[in-house]
Ligand binder design. Structure first.
Ligand code: ADP
Ligand code: MG
Length: 320
């Protein structure tokens, strides 16, 4: 099988909303009048962003999920994506699983694969997603206001827990490992929640490098500070049963600096608390209030007694 058969068999489907999909020099897309495009790219490199043990289905899912998560963080509605793929060799079983995992998630979000590039090389997956959002409605990092509540969707720390088990640094029950592994390998992008938070949330970001570090991006862009509580790490929807079984300090680390969570971290004024909760209920996603934006600068994490902790929570940096 050659490059073009591969594209035809695994990555070409009839165009739906696209004017022209895979197969020509360019795809063609007719933007809806008056909408803004939201565009984001994310790349996954074997050994860097995923372990070679991951199943091709789950990898296909995750590669698209991390991109959809960026659209979610902007409050954008997914439209289409392109896929740039470097493959060491043509492995049909792998391609079948990978494309099925990816296209199942694409269908779930009605996000159409409209083009890409395929080449030989170390396994690398680059995706660019396109979404739409009404002008002025996109959720940005720079819009947090002093006094805002800070929320996290779903749960954090599970992907890191699974990674530590894979690395042999931690052992947990088989059931806890399986659920954490599922969270690491098949994150659910919070697309519906992001769209529902338009006009309700102030700032928003998706958590990929770790909650504390990603909150830092909001604080810097918005020129504000934040105080995080830690009572929610004792007991809340944001901490899974798997994480709950670990000692507090370890849990705290994984929740605040674990990374790979793909949850939405957002701020909203206290008078929007009911609207925030309603949006979360409508989307069937749990949310947890974890702190407050302040007029200061930097991040303070309070211990169980309300005393600021001296330690810092490093976020993931590919070049450090
Ligand atoms: P060109 O040489 O004009 O860049 P290619 O030969 O790379 O085009 O690709 C042929 C067609 O297949 C193009 O429409 C391109 O967008 C599409 N394509 C290539 N690789 C992929 C892929 N991995 N997924 C989806 N579409 C792809
Ligand atoms: Mg090309």
């Amino acid at each position: 099988m050659g490059e073009f058969d591969l594209i035809a068999r695994y990555f070409t489907r009839p165009a739906r909303r696209a004017v022209l999909g895979v197969g020509d020099d360019c795809a063609l897309w007719q933007p809806q009048t008056g909408m803004q495009l939201a565009i984001s790219s994310d790349m996954l490199v074997e050994g860097r962003h995923f372990l070679s043990t991951v199943s091709p289905q789950r990898l296909g899912h995750k590669a698209l999920a991390v991109n959809l998560s960026d659209l979610a963080a902007s409050g954008a509605k997914p439209l289409a994506f392109t896929l740039s793929l470097a493959l060491p060799r043509i492995d049909e079983a792998w391609l079948k699983g990978f494309s099925e995992g990816m296209l199942a998630l694409a269908d779930l979000h009605q996000c159409e694969l409209i083009g890409g590039d395929t080449t030989q090389g170390p396994l690398t997956i680059g995706i660019t997603v396109f979404g739409e959002v009404p002008p002025g409605d996109a959720l940005l990092r720079n819009a947090a206001q002093a006094g805002d509540d800070i929320y996290i969707s779903g749960s954090v720390g599970d992907a890191r827990l699974a990674l530590e088990v894979f690395r042999g640094n931690l052992s947990v029950s088989a059931a806890d490992f399986e659920s954490a592994r599922q969270r690491m390998e098949q994150p659910e992008p919070r697309v519906a929640l992001g769209m529902s938070l338009r006009g309700i949330a102030n700032a928003c970001i998706d958590v990929s490098d770790g909650l504390a570090g990603d909150l830092g991006h909001i604080l810097k862009a918005s020129q504000v500070g934040a105080v995080l509580t830690t009572d929610w790490i004792q007991d809340s929807a944001a901490i899974s049963a798997a994480l709950q079984a670990l000692p507090f300090a370890r849990r705290l680390d994984m929740a605040l600096a674990g990374g790979d969570d793909y949850e939405l971290l957002f701020t909203a004024p206290p008078d929007q608390a009911d609207a925030v909760q309603e949006a979360a209920n409508d989307c069937d996603v749990s949310i947890t209030c974890i702190g407050r934006i302040t007029s200061g600068s930097g991040l303070q994490v309070l211990d169980a007694h309300g005393v600021p902790m001296s330690r810092r929570f490093a976020s993931f940096d590919h070049f450090s």
